[in-house]
Design a protein around this ligand. Structure first.
Ligand code: F6R
Length: 260
């Protein structure tokens, strides 16, 4: 795991956005795994800015989102379809046929999950997966006790996650109980996993995921087994890491070419 600590969430988001833009410039038909939530918002703002000001071309990029709520219309403002449309897809030149999100309205959920996996395979796999972490250590919506080798499937949200996301629905009682999420095994198949976390609220989850044992009780800890997992944090999210100084020292002494 490579742990990169920046002074604040702005600097961390900028660094992550630059890495993604560099990949798209290098490989115009890159396959990106996307996350929703508060954490990646600024990354998407930067990608839109690179598209508008520097001509970053998304026309051949393919995307797969991590998850979607079950039973929520894609037009519902709290759906991840609507989120992605609002923050990114409507603002870049992406080919709509290359956008993929799990279908929360599917009547045959096991089939839609199998199809999602098949589409990822058919696209040649995910080159870079953007990830946030839940305060309970979840990755995607793989809540604690999720199998470390799980594939895309339906999951039940914990009360803690429903509380964390209540603001989007105007109250906890309206947050759906079920989601379709890529599994931990699906996420682990990505070439590069880019996990971001900002703020004090994520510090314990990050410490467990990065320095604790690999355990299904902290789903994000599975990234310790990934050959190319990059964890980008602000100071607050890094505040419970025992080896924070060491990670900073390592990053400061990296050759420039390795930083991109
Ligand atoms: C979102 C997702 C979740 C979030 C996590 C953190 O697609 O899969 O795992 O990344 O819940 O959410 P925020 O960024 O809102 O703190």
């Amino acid at each position: 795991m490579e742990v990169i600590i920046r002074s604040d969430a702005h600097a961390a988001s900028r660094l992550a956005a630059r890495k993604i833009a560099a990949l798209v410039r290098r490989e115009p038909s890159a396959v990106l795994g996307l996350a929703t939530g508060r954490t990646p918002l600024e990354i998407y703002e930067h990608l839109v800015e690179y598209h508008r000001n520097e001509g970053l071309d998304f026309s051949r990029v393919t995307t797969f989102n991590l998850d979607e709520y079950v039973g929520l219309d894609p037009k519902h403002p709290a759906s991840y379809h609507a989120y992605m449309e609002g923050v990114l897809f409507s603002k870049i030149n992406i080919d709509r046929g290359r956008i993929h999100l799990p279908d929360g309205l599917a009547t045959d959920i096991p089939k839609t999950c199998r199809d999602y996996e098949a589409r990822i395979r058919a696209a040649g796999g995910i080159d870079l997966q953007i990830l946030g972490i839940g305060s309970d250590g979840h990755l995607g919506f793989n809540e604690p006790s999720s199998s470390l080798s799980s594939r895309t499937r339906i999951k039940t949200l914990t009360d803690r996650t429903r509380k964390d996301n209540a603001a989007y629905f105007g109250g906890e009682e309206s947050v759906p109980r079920h989601v379709i999420t890529m599994g931990l095994g699906t996420i682990m198949d990505a070439n590069v996993c880019l996990l971001l976390a900002f703020g004090r609220k994520k510090a314990a989850a990050i410490a467990h995921a990065v320095e604790g044992p690999v355990t299904a009780m902290v789903p994000a800890s599975v990234l310790q087994m990934h050959p190319r997992a990059i964890v980008v944090l602000d100071r607050e999210a890094a505040s419970e890491l025992k080896r924070a100084e060491y990670y900073q020292w390592v990053y400061a002494h990296k050759p420039d070419w390795q930083k991109h």
